[in-house]
Design a protein around this ligand. Structure first.
Ligand code: ADP
Ligand code: ASP
Ligand code: MG
Length: 434
């Protein structure tokens, strides 16, 4: 284990084009003297585009292959502009695209959809890291590309792989530590891993932060840094709110609470491995690398300003018993078993004598399948198109302003957190003449 190891994570926005990749390289060059692992996501919105390939498969394989080919042409253009006409990277990325094409040749059925999704969507990270690693080497950063599938071992829960920590620890110690000892900068993919029978898995959307935390944990890193298009963690998403301000320091607890409920700046699973080994996390700007950003660690500070997280794509499930019996423990136990079976994430819940309301992430057709599975015993109403608003360290003025004009379906207050589930409705403005 090399002392002072740093783990950097660069997300899709940082490597979205040639200028971005060059900027990332200049940041890495500044830190390349010490032991350094660099985790990189797929370029720009590549993962969404690969998801669109999978969606197209539901209608027509030709359309899916066309979308994939279009993406490949764009990647080839990036390689040409960045590394020239004769780069060996053309062949390397071709191999990854071929892997995806093979997956699209397999029987496309509901049962193996998640498996195929992972085989196709994972190529985004494989391609971006090949390009980035080759560019680092071309400008004199002594770089080694490593396939994260040989490092991060998971179970076979496709699209949301659970990390097998012992195997992962062993692989990282065996593969990454010797490379760091040779003063190589290690470049690897976020988001992807492999199961015990070497099938590609993914860790869930936006999972690259989590990969960096897994590496940090297994390498006993001195610090992990996530480089973003924002100055650090702010009191709210600056895309949605004016006057969001930088939080210079944040406790692990505060960070986990905010990110779990939708502060998209860090993947919620990232914090636990870091907290478990007291590894500080620095969230900082790739646009202004001089900025200090936010430091997340065992901070004892308890006074924070109000912070807002908004999670879109929510649905409210209102469930009641068909025979008017109480919603008792055995009902709840059955409902939660089904919620688990259909991989539904619960964000908020409330129950009364004969009803149970849960706010959940609305993904694919999971809720429809869940509703069908409980149909015998329960009535269920599903309201789609909702948002979950979470306010930490809330104050009533702010809460009232956020609710104004919207329809609020469910609300809860626990300690310093206030949450409500709402639907946006256009603000009524009175006509002057009437
Ligand atoms: P990456 O390129 O690393 O995947 P993301 O686009 O997923 O980055 O995350 C960065 C974005 O997160 C920012 O551009 C910002 O709009 C959004 N964001 C949401 N909540 C916050 C917050 N509390 N602080 C800072 N950024 C936030
Ligand atoms: N590329 C993956 C995604 O967009 C993982 C990540 O960026 O963290 O979800
Ligand atoms: Mg992201």
């Amino acid at each position: 284990m090399k002392k002072n190891t740093q783990v950097f994570k660069f997300g899709g926005a940082s490597v979205k084009d040639i200028e971005g990749i060059k900027n990332v390289a200049s940041i890495v060059k500044t830190y390349s003297k010490g032991p350094l692992v660099v985790v990189v996501s797929a370029m720009g919105k590549t993962t969404n585009r690969l998801e669109a390939v999978m969606a197209a498969m539901k209608n027509s394989k030709e359309e899916a292959l066309e979308k994939l080919a279009f993406l490949k042409t764009e990647c080839n253009q990036v390689i040409k502009d960045l590394l020239g006409d004769n780069s060996p990277v053309f062949d390397l990325i071709n191999d990854h695209f071929v892997e995806a094409e093979w997956a699209l040749d397999e029987p496309f059925e509901k049962e193996n959809y998640d498996y195929l999704y992972d085989q196709v969507v994972s190529i985004g990270e494989l391609v971006s890291t090949q390009i980035v690693a080759a560019y680092f080497n071309s400008i004199g950063i002594n770089t080694q590309w490593v396939d994260a599938r040989s490092l991060v071992r998971t179970d076979e829960n496709y699209r949301e792989g659970w990390v097998e920590w012992d195997e992962t620890q062993q692989s990282i110690s065996q593969i990454v530590s010797p490379l760091l000892a040779e003063n190589k900068v290690v470049v690897t993919q976020g988001f992807i891993g492999s199961s015990s029978d070497n099938q590609t898995t993914t860790l869930g959307r936006e999972g690259s932060d989590y990969t960096a935390a897994i590496l940090s944990f297994c390498l006993d890193a001195e610090r992990m840094s996530i480089w973003k298009d924002v100055p650090g963690v702010l009191t709210a998403d600056p895309r949605a709110f004016d006057n969001a301000s930088l939080l210079e320091r944040l406790s692990y607890k505060e960070a986990i609470e905010m990110t779990y409920y939708g502060a998209k700046v860090i993947h919620p699973k990232t914090i636990k491995p870091l907290q478990n080994k007291s590894i500080p996390l620095n969230v900082r700007s790739f646009i202004n690398p001089e900025g200090k950003g936010t430091l997340i660690f065992n901070e004892s500070e308890e006074s924070y300003p109000p912070m807002i997280a908004i999670e879109k794509g929510q649905a409210l499930l209102q469930i009641s018993t068909k025979d008017f019996s109480f919603v008792a423990e055995h009902h709840l136990s059955f409902l939660f078993q089904e919620i688990k079976n259909y991989k539904i994430q619960v964000n908020m819940m409330q129950n009364t004598a004969i009803s149970f309301a849960v706010c959940v992430n609305d993904i694919d057709d999971r809720l429809a399948n869940f509703a069908e599975s409980i149909n015998n015993e329960f009535n269920i109403t599903i309201t789609h198109g909702l948002e979950l608003v979470t306010i930490r360290h809330y104050e009533s003025n702010l809460v009232n302003r956020l609710k104004a004009g919207n329809m609020v379906y469910l609300e809860s207050r626990t300690g310093r957190t206030l949450q409500f589930v709402m639907k946006r409705v256009p603000l009524l403005t009175r006509k002057t003449e009437v």
